[in-house]
Write a protein that binds this ligand. Sequence first.
Ligand code: SF4
Length: 293
Amino acid sequence: MASVIEIPLETFAGPVDPDWCPGCGDFGVLRALQIAVSRLGIQPKDLLVVSGIGCSSNLPGFIHAYGVHSLHGRAVPVATGAKLANQDLRVVITGGDGDGYGIGLGHFVHAMRRNLDLNYIVMNNQIYGLTTGQASPTTMKEHRTKSTPRGNAELPINPIALALVSGATYVARGFSGEAKHLADLFAGAIQHKGFSLVDVFSPCVTYNNVNTYPFFKQRVYKLEAEQGYDHSDSRAALEKSFEWGDRIPIGLFYKDDQPTYEDSDPVLRNGPLVHQPLRLNPETFQGFVEELM
Ligand code: SF4
């Protein structure tokens, strides 16, 4: 096996500094992602970061790599298209809970059941931050927000359980206050062949005064330290995914090696589409391009 040549961390410094509020959990996520790709020796030219809309979705601008800042909830289909065009790219999707588990929920589920080789990082702050503090799909029941002044009447989505029953083959949860652990989870997700979800507790210090750093620091524990926990056991993972209270698990819930969508598609078995012959005459191709532009 070829040895990995680490890339200096500063290589991944983005063209602009993050515009997040001081103390926002997303800083820890960005840093952990930069550490993971640097450690894995992934060149910026081989990395694509795709996002939707939201505070966390600004992330592609803050890391040196290819990036697409797409539409609200549409990061997964954009990333799918890019991956199918060029399997050689490492494709990381970044965004928030509103973007991914709200408007983008359908795309999220279908990408998981296809087991596309994509890495999805959700900065889950349990609130809509960019629009100044409304309840999101993961806001806890009874939480008073701007849009739920009498308390949230809805149950939150459980992203870990959803990923487990939808076919994701690497399912993990991290906390932006645990940077080294988070970087390890990201590195594992990127190395994994198949769809990975890393849901990250990434506190919004401006609009969520319930799910704060102290809230998580007092509760999170690592599955890796749990004696007897077996991350190849999907039933045990599902059971753990419902633990929420005085103790909240973080770490790798589940991992399984299954053929990816790309492995199963006869056309893609011949290599990335971008390296295959066009099989169209150039005039017809040009006609398509002009129609779309
Ligand atoms: Fe982060 Fe919240 Fe500020 Fe957005 S509003 S940058 S999520 S702290």
